[in-house]
Structure formats: structure tokens, C-alpha cells
Write a protein that binds this ligand. Structure first.
Ligand code: PEP
Ligand code: MG
Length: 845
């Protein structure tokens, strides 16, 4: 008969001994080896790997041992103890996740009955069955119990009746990638509640919502349903907050998620002759990651040999000293990352800088830090403890099925290495890329390295690994450095100084190119560079067509930083200020003073140029916590934009007063979104009159008023609105989704929602025809497309507004336009049979 031993691992010796005494009551004299490894030698709470190892050896009579543990570091210490055991003994040990007291009682009885090791462990796992059936809960059996407990959307046992649950669907195109996940974690951490999430679509286990790395392992993709549950004083507020945040797409502005990139192009071996290496078989497959031609001598960033090499003494240490060292190292990294974030926001862009918010969260991620701290408490050195925790989290992310989420493993590694270097006192020779010139070839770049690339010196980037959605690639695009990634480790063999040519739009990579190939690439590079230089040199000049018509080119902005960027790229005005940025992600609305201050700040950052303040454009799809709205089946057709503002006049009145006050200080266009009926406009204008009266001064002379045209009905009846407005601004993003009945957030109908569809162009034309003296602008994404410039001007549009970086190129495109020819082109485009036909027409013109 098997003679299985039991070991009890607990933080508390008295708890373990009492539990063992209780279980022995059931044995009725039978002899079962039950050993305790609990508490520390000085009588305090804790677990000790060496004591656990000794207890296992003691309990083992040849038929193996089942170990039951209480929580947290008890598990980690036991895992560590296994590493110290002889191989033969280790193979006879089962770590059993059963509840300690109930599991122990059942396990001791089973062992006493002569069951084998697996059967003893399975019995222990079923130990809650009696209690569950008594209390009426479902009672899954055997190994299924743990999985079911993890997956079931029921409150965790200690949460009791106060558990609040809800679910939401993630609509962000890339799912819960770093930025939205970071936003979710920040939100969850702000409530006095324990909040957990699971991916209901994949039936994942529950994870803490305050752990970025755990949230990332849920693998939430666009369209996945996520369940949320919370216990604690603010459980309801926490759940509501997360549901509202999800409805706002985690405050991720449209278009901020990484753009989709051209499909990878397999290079022929002739195109990738890597000098100095003899290769056979598979050639590397460079993936286009940042458009543009880069030609120059290779500067190869070889892997840092110190990476991940821990000194022999890194594995043990004094718990207090190692805890202090880890805390200090994290604090030092926090300061460095915060500084990188500031400089990235200033020199690259606010959106790109948000990568570093995710890094800051990872530094404090409970999943990482708790494990590292538990290992330190169990006697491991800080560096080894941190490295082990990072390795676990990194490999969990790398194993996710979605390539975008896999790429987040690089972020974990970047932060992990940063802290490790700090702990080991190693400076990374590659951390500072300043002074590097030519085509930079590297394994991978950390986001901080990529943010530090100097586009004046680094003409191209070739990464052996990485992906186009990694932050290094996103930052290379933002810095305007042509890049290919995933080129294979062979590229690291490129001899320093060898000429490398790459096309970041196609993925073409040529090492040591033949003269004719070099000449062809150089021609492309020269043409592209000349075009960009010409555009940049003239960025601040007005865009005047060949026949003398001035077209205003504005920027769409959502922060003061964006306004600075718009000024840098020569925008003539802010053609769209999405004022929601000031209202989202907070628990109460900004007051009139705060709004005025921010609006004036935006105008100042733009050097006093005109700003177009769009009034609050939120609603059922983007609810505000302080503006509860009934749930709507079709929020895009519901109470959003001007409809919401008119339904909640208090909020609207304050915003209008802030706009009036701002317009006394700087030129302002006031713009109402989602207007569909004349009555909406006249009501809004009456409220504007009230705001002027409340301000007490005459109406500001520099205040102009207009509407966004997003509702097809408004486009068709522009003539009705024209007498009441100074301008129309066509929001082609929403207009297209309404005209084509194709949800702009639903990838399944992306192809239908094409702003080049002749139906959309026809409505643009209808607005221009009905506008009378009012100026017609376009501020949807279509405006940023250089190829659209001629057709829009031909239709009668006289202002285009877009993301700041697109301004110089669109101005340059407008300068090539002849209005007469553009009108003919527009007529042909409107008569085309499809969006594709329009695109082909424009490509040929
Ligand atoms: C639009 O709908 O085209 C637009 C510019 O507004 P938003 O993208 O903010 O909805
Ligand atoms: Mg819109």
C-alpha cells in the first residue's frame, strides 16, 4: 500500500500545527507522515525554502509527498525548495493548490487510506465540495475545480455578497494593447476596491485589474468581451468607471493606435546580400516599419554582453538590504523614465510619449513587484529576484497569440533590463544613441533608445527582431526614420561601415548594393527627400493653388502639446480642437476658469492663430462618469454631440461661457458637432447669447460660429443652415459611417466606410453648393491625404484640417492644384462607380 507523506507550508507555525492536529483527529491512529514547514526561526510569520526542503525530505518514505501551502510567498518558497531537492525526490513531489485546512484534512485521510500521491492530491482539490454543496454553490470536481474557480464569473470566496459585476466589449482596433491597458490599470487603481477582470471571449482566468502585465496576458483583442468584478467600498464606482472607460475606447483618440502597415514583403536573396556572412537556406524577411529610403554606412549596435548575466553572488542576500536596493533601483528608473517621457512629449509627440506611461506602470506592476519582493523576502538577491519575475512575465506575454500583444514583451524586457542594470551598477553603452550616424543596425531598440534617435544623423534603422507594432517602430515612424524590422539575426553580421540601403515602405533591404541598385535607391531617396524638404521649408507659408486660390491648412488637436506640434509643422490654424480631452478621464467637469485657461493656452502655443473649439462631443459611446446617461442600443445614433449638450444645458452653458471669455482674448471659431436639425443650431445659438449675457460684455468680435457636418441630412440641407453660420466643417469620419451605414470602429466593415466613396464626395459637394458665403472645411481623416487635396478643392472646400505632421505635405500638394482642372477631376470622381475607382483616378492624375 502506498505511503504518501504530507507537508504543510504556512506563514504561521501555530496555524499549521493546529491544522495538523485537527487532521490527525480524523486518522484514528493510522500512521501518516505529516511535516510542518511554517513560520521563521525567530517566531515571526514567513516561509523558508530550506525548512520546506527539509520537511519534504522528512515526509518522503519513498512513495512521494503532497505539499499544501497557504498563500503568496509560501508557494514561491516551496517552488524554490524543489530546486534544492535531489532530482529523484523532486519527481515524487506534488504541489497541491487545494485550500489549506480543508485540503489537509482530506489529504491526511486519503493518505491514511493508502491512496497514491495523485489520488491524495485530487481528493484534496475536491475538499471544498462538501462546503459548497451545503451552501448551495455548484461543486465542480477533481482538477476541474481549480480551473472552474478561476474561470467562473462568480465572486471570489472572500468577496461575499458585495461583489459588483459587469462586462464590456473592447472596441479599440488593437484590443487592450499597452496604452488602453495602462489607462485601465490607472483607472482601476483609483478606487477603494479589489477589481478583477477576465476575458469572457476566451474564458480566461480572472486577473487583478491593477496589474498591467496580468491584464496584458488576457490577450484581449478588438471585439472581445471582458468581465469585471469588484469588491470593497467603491466596488460599484470602480465597475462603472471601467465600463465607462471601455465605452470611451480607453480614451484612445481615434487614429492613435498604430496604423496598419503594408504586408511584409519577402526579399529575394539577391536583395539581401549580407556582407561577411555565408548564409544558406531561408533568407531574412524584412518587414516594412517606417516609410522612407535610408542609405548609409552601417553602424551596428551589438548585443550588450552584460545583459542578463548575473554575478554568482546575485542569488542570495539579506532580505532588508535587498528590498531597499530593489526599491531604490526602481525609484532611480522611475526618474529616468519620467524624464524620457517629458522629452519624448516635447520632441516627438504626446501620443508617442504615452509608451513611457506603460513603462512607469510596469515598474510598479504588482504582478512583477510582488513576485520579486516575495523572492527577496525568501532570501534571494534583488537582482536575481527581479530577473526571475521579469522573465516569467515576459515569457507569458511572448506566448500570447496576438502579435501586437506579443510585442509588449519587449516593453517588459526594456523596463526589466533597466532596473537590473541599476541594481548591478552597469551602464548600458547602447543606452545613449546620440552621435550614432548612418544606418543603425541592432537586435532591437528599447523605446527610450528609439525616442532618442536623431533623424539628422540616423538615416535608417534595421532591426534583426521586433515588429512593426513594437514601440520602437512606432517611435521610428514618429521620428521620421525609415525602418525595416524582423530582418533576421544575420544583419548583425554586417561589417561596420558597409553601405546599407533600405526602403521602409516596401521592406526592401540591400546590403552592399551593386552600383545600379544603389543608383535606383538613391534616385528614390533624393526625390523623396527633396519633396519633404520643399514641404518643410514652405510649411509655414500659405497654401496657394497654381491659380491663386488660398486654401487654409489647419491642425486637429487634442492637447496643448498637440498645439505646439501644430505650430512646429506650420498649421495656419487649429481647424478642430477636440475639447473632450479636457472632460474625459476625470470625476467632475472642468469649471469655466479651467476651460478658459486651457483654451487660451492652446491659442498661445499656436502663436495666437485662430482656434476652432468644437463643443463637447461625447455621448452614449463616450459617457462621462459625472454625466450619467441611460445605456443606448445604438449610441452612434443616440444622444451624442450637440444632442447631449442640449439635453444637459448646465454643462453646455459653462463651456459656452468659457468659449466667449476665450474669444475676448484670442480669435475663436465655435463649432457644434453632430448637428442634424436647424432647431438644434438655433437652440445652441440662443444658449450662446445667454453665455454672452452672462459674461456681461458685448459679443466678442473675433468669435465665428459654425457647425460640423457629420449627419447626411445636414449635408443635404446646408442651404438651410447657411444663413446662421460663418463656416461648415465636414467631419468625413462620421459622415462616411452614416452615409455608408458602416460603423467606423468595426473592422469588419472598414472597406465599406471609405471616405473616397462617390456618395461621400457627393455630400461634400452638396455642402459646398449650399454654403453660400460660409467657408467649407474638411476636418476628417480624408483631409490628411495628399491625394485628396485636389478633389476636395475641386468640390469647393477651402480649408483642410488634419494631424499636425500631415500639414507640410498637404500644403505642398495644394500648391500643385489648378482649381479649374480640380473641378473637372471632382466631377469625374463623383461620377465614378466606387471608392476604388476614385482612388485609381487620383493615382493617375
Ligand atoms: C469626424 O467625424 O470626421 C471628425 C473629425 O470628428 P471625430 O473624428 O472627432 O468624430
Ligand atoms: Mg465626428
Amino acid at each position: 500500500m502506498p505511503d504518501v507523506g504530507i507537508v504543510v507550508v504556512s506563514h504561521s507555525r501555530s496555524l499549521a500545527e493546529a491544522a495538523v492536529a485537527l487532521s490527525r483527529e480524523m486518522l484514528q491512529g493510522k500512521d501518516v507522515a505529516v511535516e510542518v514547514a511554517a513560520g521563521l526561526d525567530d517566531g515571526s510569520f514567513g516561509t523558508d525554502a530550506m525548512a520546506i526542503m527539509a520537511a519534504i525530505e522528512q515526509a518522503d518514505r519513498g512513495d512521494g509527498v503532497v505539499v499544501l501551502m497557504d498563500l503568496g510567498s509560501a508557494v514561491l518558497s516551496t517552488e524554490m525548495a524543489l530546486e534544492f531537492l535531489d532530482d529523484a525526490v523532486r519527481e515524487r513531489v506534488t504541489l497541491c493548490p487545494a485550500p489549506l485546512v480543508e485540503g489537509l484534512v482530506v489529504a491526511v485521510v486519503a493518505a491514511g487510506a493508502g491512496l497514491g500521491r495523485d489520488a491524495v492530491a485530487a481528493e484534496a482539490l475536491d475538499a471544498l465540495m462538501a462546503k459548497q454543496s451545503h451552501l448551495g454553490a455548484a461543486a465542480p470536481s477533481g482538477g476541474e475545480a481549480a480551473a472552474a474557480a478561476a474561470a467562473a464569473p462568480t465572486p471570489s470566496p472572500e468577496s461575499g455578497a458585495a461583489t459588483v459585476t459587469a462586462s464590456f466589449t473592447v472596441t479599440n482596433p488593437h484590443g487592450l494593447h499597452a496604452r488602453p491597458a495602462a489607462r485601465l490599470v490607472q483607472e482601476a487603481a483609483g478606487f477603494d476596491a479589489r477589481v478583477e477582470l477576465r476575458n469572457a471571449t476566451t474564458s480566461s482566468a480572472w486577473v487583478p485589474a491593477t496589474s498591467l502585465s496580468k491584464v496584458a496576458t488576457l490577450g484581449v483583442l478588438s471585439g472581445h468581451e471582458v468581465e469585471v468584478r469588484a469588491v470593497g467600498a467603491a466596488a460599484r464606482a470602480a465597475v462603472d468607471g471601467l465600463v465607462a472607460l471601455a465605452a470611451r475606447s480607453f480614451d484612445e483618440p481615434a487614429g492613435q493606435a498604430p496604423a496598419s502597415l503594408p504586408a511584409p514583403r519577402r526579399a529575394t536573396s539577391a536583395e539581401v546580400p549580407v556582407a561577411g556572412s555565408v548564409r544558406t537556406g531561408e533568407t531574412p524577411t524584412p518587414v516594412p516599419a517606417s516609410p522612407g529610403i535610408g542609405i548609409g554606412p552601417a553602424t551596428v549596435l551589438r548585443a550588450d554582453p552584460t545583459r542578463l548575466v548575473l554575478p554568482a553572488d546575485a542569488h542570495v542576500g539579506d532580505a532588508d538590504a535587498e528590498h531597499a536596493a530593489l526599491t531604490e533601483a526602481r525609484a532611480a528608473c522611475r526618474a529616468v523614465i519620467a524624464a524620457t517621457r517629458r522629452s519624448t512629449a516635447e520632441h516627438v509627440g504626446e501620443g508617442e510619449a504615452q509608451v513611457f506611461d506603460a513603462h512607469l506602470l510596469l515598474l510598479d506592476d504588482p504582478d512583477l513587484v510582488d513576485e520579486a519582493e516575495a523572492r527577496v523576502a525568501a532570501g534571494e538577491g534583488a537582482a536575481a529576484a527581479w530577473a526571475a519575475a521579469v522573465a516569467r512575465v515576459e515569457s507569458a506575454m511572448a506566448a500570447l497569440p496576438d502579435p501586437y500583444l506579443q510585442a509588449r514583451a519587449a516593453d517588459v524586457r526594456a523596463v526589466g533590463d533597466q532596473v537590473l542594470r541599476e541594481l548591478l551598477g552597469i551602464t548600458d553603452p547602447a543606452a545613449d544613441l546620440s552621435g550614432r550616424a548612418g544606418v543603425l543596425v541592432a537586435e532591437e531598440l528599447t523605446p527610450a533608445q528609439a525616442a532618442g534617435l536623431d533623424p539628422g544623423l540616423v538615416v535608417g534603422l534595421v532591426l534583426a527582431y521586433g515588429s512593426p507594432t513594437a514601440h520602437s517602430a512606432i517611435l521610428a515612424r514618429a521620428r521620421g526614420v525609415p525602418a525595416v524590422v524582423g530582418a533576421g539575426p544575420e544583419v548583425l553580421d554586417i561589417v561596420e561601415g558597409t553601405v546599407v540601403a533600405l526602403d521602409g515602405a516596401t521592406g526592401e533591404l540591400v546590403v552592399d548594393p551593386a552600383a545600379d541598385v544603389l543608383a535606383r535607391m538613391q534616385e528614390r531617396a533624393v526625390a523623396g527627400a527633396r519633396a519633404r524638404e520643399d514641404a518643410a521649408a514652405l510649411a509655414s507659408a500659405p497654401a496657394v493653388t497654381r491659380d491663386g486660390v488660398t486654401v487654409l491648412v489647419g491642425a486637429n488637436i487634442g492637447s496643448v502639446e498637440d498645439a505646439r506640434e501644430a505650430a512646429r509643422f506650420g498649421a495656419d490654424l487649429a481647424g478642430l480642437v477636440r475639447t473632450e480631452f479636457l472632460f474625459l478621464g476625470r470625476q467632475s467637469a472642468p469649471d469655466v476658469d479651467e476651460q478658459e485657461q486651457v483654451y487660451v493656452g492652446i491659442a498661445e502655443a499656436l502663436g495666437g492663430r485662430r482656434i476652432t473649439l468644437r463643443t463637447l462631443d461625447v455621448g452614449g459611446d463616450k459617457p462621462l462618469p459625472y454625466l450619467p446617461m441611460p445605456a443606448e442600443d445604438n449610441p452612434f445614433l443616440g444622444v451624442r454631440g450637440i444632442r447631449l449638450c442640449l439635453a444637459r444645458p448646465e454643462l453646455f452653458a459653462d463651456q459656452l461661457l468659457a468659449v466667449v471669455r476665450t474669444a475676448h482674448r484670442t480669435p475663436v471659431n465655435l463649432m457644434f458637432p453632430m448637428v442634424g436639425a436647424l432647431a438644434e443650431l438655433t437652440s445652441a445659438l440662443a444658449l450662446l447669447d445667454d453665455a454672452v449675457a452672462r459674461d456681461g460684455r458685448p459679443r466678442p468680435t473675433d468669435l465665428e460660429v459654425g457647425i460640423m457636418v457629420e449627419v447626411p441630412g445636414a449635408a443635404l440641407r446646408a442651404r438651410t443652415f447657411a444663413p446662421h453660420v460663418d463656416f461648415f466643417s465636414i467631419g468625413t469620419n462620421d459622415l462616411t459611417q452614416y452615409v455608408m451605414a458602416a460603423d467606423r470602429g468595426n473592422p469588419a466593415v472598414t472597406a465599406l466606410g471609405d471616405a473616397y466613396d462617390p456618395a461621400v464626395l457627393g455630400l461634400v459637394r452638396a455642402v459646398c453648393e449650399g454654403a453660400g458665403d460660409a467657408l467649407v472645411a474638411v476636418c476628417g481623416e480624408l483631409a490628411a491625404d495628399e491625394r485628396a487635396a485636389a478633389v476636395l478643392v475641386g468640390l469647393g472646400v477651402r480649408e483642410l484640417s488634419m494631424s499636425p505632421r500631415a500639414v507640410p505635405g498637404v500644403k505642398q500638394a495644394l500648391r500643385q492644384v489648378d482649381v479649374g482642372a480640380a473641378q473637372e477631376l471632382a466631377a469625374t470622381a463623383m461620377a465614378a462607380g466606387s471608392a476604388g475607382e476614385v482612388r485609381r483616378l487620383l493615382a493617375q492624375s
